[in-house]
Design a protein around this ligand. Sequence first.
Ligand code: NAI
Length: 322
Amino acid sequence: MASPASSAPGGVAVVGSGLIGRSWAMLFASAGFKVKLYDIEPRQVTHALDSIRKEMKSLEQSGSLKGSLGAEGQLSLISGCSDIREAVEGALHVQECVPENLELKKQLFAQLDGIVGDQVVLSSSSSCLLPSRLFSGLVHVKQCLVVHPVNPPYYVPLVELVPHPETAPATVDRTYALMRKIGQSPVKLTKEVDGFALNRLQYAVISEAWRLVEEGVVSPGDLDLVMSDGLGMRYAFIGPLETMHLNAEGMLSYCDRYSEGMKHVLKTFGPIPEFSGAAAEKVHQAMCVKVPDDPEHLAARREWRDRCLMRLARLKSQLQPQ
Ligand code: NAI
């Protein structure tokens, strides 16, 4: 599919230069793609280019820059743009990263629909808006899909590819190949569903975590340890299904041994929490003891998290599957 930067056209347009737009720009540049970074707010683009420069230099210094080009080489592939037509001209992939607002995104895709040709893929970074709401009625609907990254995308490679019912299979295949090429780990959903796969899993975990804390079974701090020092240790390497497979003599043996016990526990799960009131206060206070919720402490903790994720990503790439 998309050809390397050296043989433009074939580059990528990133529309929206906030947190996620910047990450996409860095990922595409790391694989040698030319990137045009557009934002409705030109100052945002300048700010984004500055922050990308700083981040790439720092990644290079710590030996964590992705790709075979150096920071300067990658930076030279990314250019800012204040005109959307110019941004998408010649692009084979457009990655939309504007705020999570249905009307705003629909307007933008309607605008793109009127500009682009038949060869480009129009992809939304939306975390939860369904493709049927974003793309229905567009002339180029076959070329549209959601490509949902996980924050921070530079260190967490998963992307969910979610098609509209009318998305062409070739659009999904092409995007899958592009994601592999830039070092991400794509998964294909065959149809849209609220929350896609990642947030459905995440919300299942969050809601049971909340119930356990609300019912006073475990403290908020200990609840987090159950994941970070327990389940999460293996989930960084194998998923819940493979965990089942390995925790018995294969999957069928696991189901045979544990399904009754699982169903017994699952039947005791409570209703959807409200995530408000006294329980929210209690969890908030506990979290603030660990990480005070002022901008400095939150930013420092996020930086620490990102450094951990970066090292985990390196470890995972060193540990080849047996
Ligand atoms: P952000 O608020 O950091 O950046 C949005 C950017 O879009 C801003 O620079 C803004 O000026 C620009 N913008 C607004 N209207 C525009 C328009 N009409 N044309 C061009 N640019 C426009 O938002 P963020 O966090 O980067 O999120 C972008 C998308 O990525 C959202 O759909 C979000 O749900 C999704 N996402 C966000 C994640 C996160 O953790 N922040 C994780 C995964 C997906």
